[in-house]
Design a protein around this ligand. Structure first.
Ligand SMILES: NC(=O)c1ccc[n+]([C@@H]2O[C@H](COP(=O)([O-])OP(=O)(O)OC[C@H]3O[C@@H](n4cnc5c(N)ncnc54)[C@H](O)[C@@H]3O)[C@@H](O)[C@H]2O)c1
Length: 306
């Protein structure tokens, strides 16, 4: 059954640019009220004005998604302006590339803080509200095809996206009983401004092991200029929400890389018919634990409010 977008309020991190702005336009045209949250205040204003010009009801907040107090305030502001949020898009992200062994703690803290911490803060802020509102809904977090594979050069970025993948998969399980679907967007190349993301790096994480000079930016801009249009990508997201599908990876060129990665995982397993006694013992233990876990959780948390 198709998802009913009409009249819902969608909160989009990173909504002032690129993939997030594409989502704002596509879901706004489907009848959603759009809240854009982005760290760049002037870009928020421009994006909101463009949405309103199209007749989309929109509200903007300047928000650094690593700031938990500000997140709660932004949620109050948006729900006052547009009504209860029932769609979440954790789209904001940053990247920096270079040999992993050159990375500093600041490089890790910035990228993990925005890409993973931002998704955590989004869900911690809104998931309890969404459950309380009782309107169902959908959550879409943006990872990358780099959430399945990793290389030195994109090491921190990939680690942050592996983490987004893991928590989003777990959240799908957590929210199914609340009629809230959860999807993971794992794009390859998108035509966006992500090459410029170093400009949003805060001074407190200023000590980098990487040089981001004009040559680097030029090379990055060149790749992204050939990426998928953000609105086209958002149409794929819309389809996945309609189907309540978890993975959104609309890039056929990723198949060979992912097949190779998953073949290696499966090849690392012994044959299914080996060590039958050990398998049986471990499976029984896991089943006993799962049953005990379910019983404990039912007694502890059933009906309990957060
Ligand atoms: N562009 C690509 O090729 C590509 C590929 C795979 C995944 N992605 C992912 O897509 C998502 C969207 O990125 P994009 O490509 O549209 O880039 P973009 O730079 O065009 O948009 C990202 C937005 O996030 C905002 N942002 C950055 N730090 C923030 C913070 N701390 N708080 C709030 N907002 C913040 C930026 O201001 C920007 O408006 C990211 O998660 C990125 O990792 C992009």
């Amino acid at each position: 059954m198709a998802f009913d977008f009409e009249g819902r309020t969608a909160f989009i991190t990173g909504g002032a640019s690129g993939a997030g702005f594409g989502q704002a336009k596509v879901f706004g045209r489907l009848g959603c009220k759009i809240a854009i949250a982005d760290v760049r205040g002037s870009a928020v204003q421009t994006a909101v004005a463009a949405l309103r010009d199209e007749g989309i009801e929109a509200h903007g907040v300047q928000l650094d998604i690593t700031n938990r107090e500000a997140f709660a305030e932004a949620a109050d502001e948006v729900e006052n302006a547009l009504g209860p949020v029932s769609m979440l898009f954790g789209t904001a992200g940053v990247s920096i590339f270079g040999p992993l062994e050159k990375a500093t703690y600041d490089d890790y803290d910035w990228v993990m803080g925005v890409n993973f911490g931002g998704v955590v803060n989004l869900m911690q802020t809104f998931v309890p509200r969404m459950i309380d509102h009782g309107l169902g809904g959908h959550v879409v977090n943006t990872a990358s095809v780099g959430c399945f594979v990793a290389s030195s050069v994109a090491g921190i970025y990939s680690a942050s996206k592996f983490a987004v993948h893991g928590i989003t998969l777990a959240m799908r399980d957590a929210l199914k009983e609340h009629d809230i679907g959860v999807s993971l967007l794992a794009p390859a190349n998108i035509k966006t401004n992500i090459a410029e993301s170093v400009q949003t790096r805060p001074a407190k994480y200023g000590h980098s092991g990487y040089q981001v000079d004009e040559a680097e930016l030029k090379a990055l801009r060149e790749i992204y200029s050939h990426g998928m249009e953000p609105e086209e990508l958002a149409e794929h997201v819309k389809e996945a929400i309609d189907e309540n599908r978890f993975y959104i990876i609309p890039y056929p060129e990723a198949r060979a890389m992912l097949e190779s990665a998953f073949d290696k995982v499966i090849d690392a397993l012994p044959p299914a018919d080996s060590d039958l006694e050990g398998q049986n013992k471990r499976n029984q233990a896991m089943k006993r634990y799962s049953d005990a876990r379910r019983n404990m959780d039912e007694a502890r948390y059933k009906g309990a409010s957060r």
